[in-house]
Design a protein around this ligand. Structure first.
Ligand SMILES: Nc1nc2c(ncn2[C@@H]2O[C@H](COP(=O)(O)OP(=O)(O)O)[C@@H](O)[C@H]2O)c(=O)[nH]1
Ligand SMILES: [Mg+2]
Length: 687
């Protein structure tokens, strides 16, 4: 029994832990956090997400949308050790918040349900953990609603995980309900109590033989990486309990297996077992530091997991200290240079931050007033800044909206708000479109952009209006023409005179603009020719259809001048006149940007995705299985930019929220017919 039963409350060698709660949307992560906080005494009683009384999801946006829209940190104590749990949002639109937290956690608890429909989401999240090499437990939640054998559930979920799912507990059924569990490592049976520790009961009869069988399966999986254990099993020798626990811990830490625990977060069942498993088996900060390449040192090294701009406390950088100490007034550096002095070390608890003393290795704390520091930054106190620990890149954005302050006077404030917003959430990208003058906010989906827009109003007090961004249409010509542009003005004394004959002709797609000087005999003096070219370029900015003109060749072939009245300005005007008269005669045609799009989706949605693409004037180039994924496809297509605008909304709804895409510009293509007429008419109306 030893340490696994009556463990005294002594601080373990592992130091304060940092544990991520991750998993599909709605699986019960926020509820589990609440149960953990109640069970460990950090809060008086367990609140619930359903009555908006939980510590997680306490921001205005989360309450409003009834879902986690950003990572929430909460600190507690269990059996003498400090723990910070990070409730990470499960939706793919907010997955970046999880990604930036993961590098510095000791382990992740993947909360999931026995639901086939959630397998693609589960796989998406497990991939992030697998790629970042994070030790992970699976917490099979909502077992109060279980309607199938746990072993069947494991079989259902296994394709989502590269590491074998290792069932550590089996349920005790009472009729159709699960009344408790048998811990296979401990070889003990427990009956659940609501909101209290489970009770030990004796195992007998059928439960006992099921236990033996399930335990053997667990040991066999462990033995795949432990030859000594394999020999014992072959020789029918019972391995000692401590040896089994050691193996469980080792194979978890080496990411060889993913142990599975059962529970019910709403009733706080299985929570204590989970906490004990974390206490005994999850790596400590020293191992995590080693995984990140941080050497033990008196100098502090910390990683920023999240940035908050709070109303009262100003900017907070939540960071995990991997080695050394950070206190109030500590001067920190990032690899880019000095980051500033810490003003306040606080303990994060949902939306609240409480002052605390200096933070040591393992602690996860909010550091006040580090103005230049961004999420993901590596902080250190050494003479030489510590090199960056993690390089977590956001997924390419998939949806854009053009944003404008509702009131002009807020324009400057909006710029500042954007800076803070993107500091908090690097998966949000703000770009200024020099051509259309749109300020465009790119994000990970509809809800992501909606929450960002709400934050602009709520946190930064800048109400905004939004609209779809401008599509980068162009126009070109289909035939050539020769035309004269003549500018003559006699107004009182000094007149103006410029006269240029140009030949306009189409160029192949993608050639841009070319200018040729074919003047002979000095009919247009050398020094005026650049001015003619400038005038021609002026004439291309806004073509007869209302868009920039591309892929044209213009040759200056003839003209005349006046020794007194000619000037650069007059020739520039002549060049512009030639274009505005010539282009409408050249059969102008609209060009639209076509992008190559690569969509990833669960295979059972591929047919739907193909239909969506065809319905949006897409040309399907082919599809393939997604490399390294089970049950996923990649569909490639060429699509007009105008149709990509809100494509993600349809893709997400066809894939239960997990499909995504990336795209890159491929070429400009002619667009004629009704669609083109509508675009040109809309442009005229807008002008
Ligand atoms: N029956 C049951 N419902 C649960 C359990 N855990 C969470 N829920 C419910 O599932 C829903 C989603 O829970 P939440 O914690 O917000 O999930 P999250 O999206 O993963 O954070 C809420 O209505 C919870 O009350 C559980 O163990 N059993
Ligand atoms: Mg949640």
């Amino acid at each position: 029994m030893g340490q696994y039963d009556a463990t005294p409350n002594v601080t373990s060698k592992s130091g304060p832990r940092c544990i991520a709660l991750v998993g599909p949307f709605q699986s019960g992560k926020t509820t589990l956090l609440e149960a953990i906080l109640a069970r460990t005494g950090a809060i008086q009683r367990q609140g619930s997400v359903d009555t908006a009384t939980s510590v997680g999801d306490s921001s205005k946006e989360a309450r409003h949308h009834k879902m986690s829209v950003e990572a929430t940190f909460a600190t507690t104590n269990f059996m003498g050790d400090g723990y910070t749990f990070v409730d990470c949002p499960g939706s793919i639109e907010f997955i970046h918040d999880m990604r930036t937290v993961l590098p510095a956690v000791d382990a992740a608890v993947v909360v999931c349900e026995a639901d086939e429909k959630k397998v693609p989401q589960l796989q998406l999240i497990l991939r992030e953990l697998e790629e970042q090499n994070i030790p992970r437990f699976l917490f099979l939640n909502k077992i109060d609603k279980a309607d199938k054998r746990v072993r069947e559930t494991i079989k259902l979920l296994q394709p989502a995980s590269r590491a074998p799912l290792l069932l550590r507990q089996i349920p005790i059924w009472k009729g159709d309900l699960i009344a408790g569990f048998v811990d296979l490592a401990l070889e003990r049976a427990f009956v659940y109590n609501e909101y209290a520790a489970s009770e030990i009961v004796d195992l007998a009869g059928e439960d006992l033989s099921r236990e033996k069988e399930a335990r053997f399966t667990m040991l066999e999986t462990l033995a795949d990486h432990d030859d000594a254990l394999m020999e014992q099993l072959l020789d029918d020798i019972q391995p000692p309990r401590d040896k089994v626990f050691d193996d469980l811990a080792k194979e978890l830490r080496d990411r060889i297996v993913c142990p599975v625990l059962l529970g019910c977060a709403t009733r706080s069942n299985g929570v204590l077992r989970l906490l004990k498993a974390l206490r005994h088996e999850a790596p400590g900060v020293a191992e995590t530091a080693e995984r990140l390449g941080v050497k033990p040192s008196a100098e502090a090294v910390a990683l920023v997991l999240k940035t908050f701009h709070t109303t009262h406390g100003g900017k907070m950088s939540v960071a995990r200290v991997l080695t050394g100490q950070i206190g109030d007034g500590t001067t920190l550096s990032t690899p880019d240079g000095e980051a500033g002095r810490v003003s306040g070390v606080l303990k994060p608890m949902g939306q609240q931050f409480e002052k605390r003393g200096a933070a040591g290795a393992g602690d996860t704390v909010a550091l006040g007033k580090l103005d230049g520091v961004k999420t993901g930054a590596t902080l250190s106190t050494g003479k030489q800044p510590h090199p960056a620990l993690a390089d977590v890149k956001p997924s390419p954005p998939v949806l854009a909206i053009a944003v404008q302050a509702r009131e002009r006077k807020d324009d400057v404030k909006l710029g500042v708000a954007f800076t803070k917003l993107t500091e908090e959430d690097p998966s949000l990208v703000v770009v200024h479109n020099a051509e259309s003058h749109d300020v465009v906010m790119w994000g990970q989906g509809e809800m992501h952009l909606r929450v960002a827009t709400e934050r602009l109003a709520d946190r930064f007090a800048v109400p905004v209006t939004t609209r779809p961004p401008t599509v980068g249409y162009r126009e070109t010509i289909r035939k050539g023409v020769s035309v004269r542009g003549r500018h003559k003005k006699q107004s009182g004394g000094h007149g103006q005179f410029g006269d240029a004959v140009v030949e306009i002709k189409p160029l192949p797609r993608g050639s841009g603009f070319q200018f040729e000087d074919r003047i002979t005999g000095g009919v247009v003096p050398r020094n005026y020719i650049p001015a003619v070219e400038e005038g021609v370029v002026d004439g291309l900015v806004h073509g007869p259809l209302g868009f920039p003109v591309v892929d044209v060749h213009v040759a200056l072939v003839d003209g005349s001048y006046h020794s007194v009245d000619s000037s650069d300005q007059a020739f520039r005007t002549a060049g512009r006149i030639a274009m505005s008269e010539g282009l409408p005669q050249c059969q102008p045609v609209l060009l639209e940007p076509i992008h190559e799009v690569e969509i990833v989706c669960p295979s059972d949605a591929t047919a739907k995705i193909n239909a969506i693409l065809s319905g949006r004037r897409g040309q399907i180039l082919g599809f393939d299985t997604r490399d390294g994924w089970t049950g996923w496809d990649v569909v490639r297509a060429q699509m007009p930019e105008a149709e990509i605008g809100d494509l993600i909304i349809e893709v997400r709804s066809a894939t239960a929220g997990v499909g995504s895409f990336k795209f890159k510009f491929d070429h400009m293509a002619e667009l004629t017919g009704r669609t083109a007429d509508q675009i040109v008419a809309a442009r005229r109306a807008a002008e």
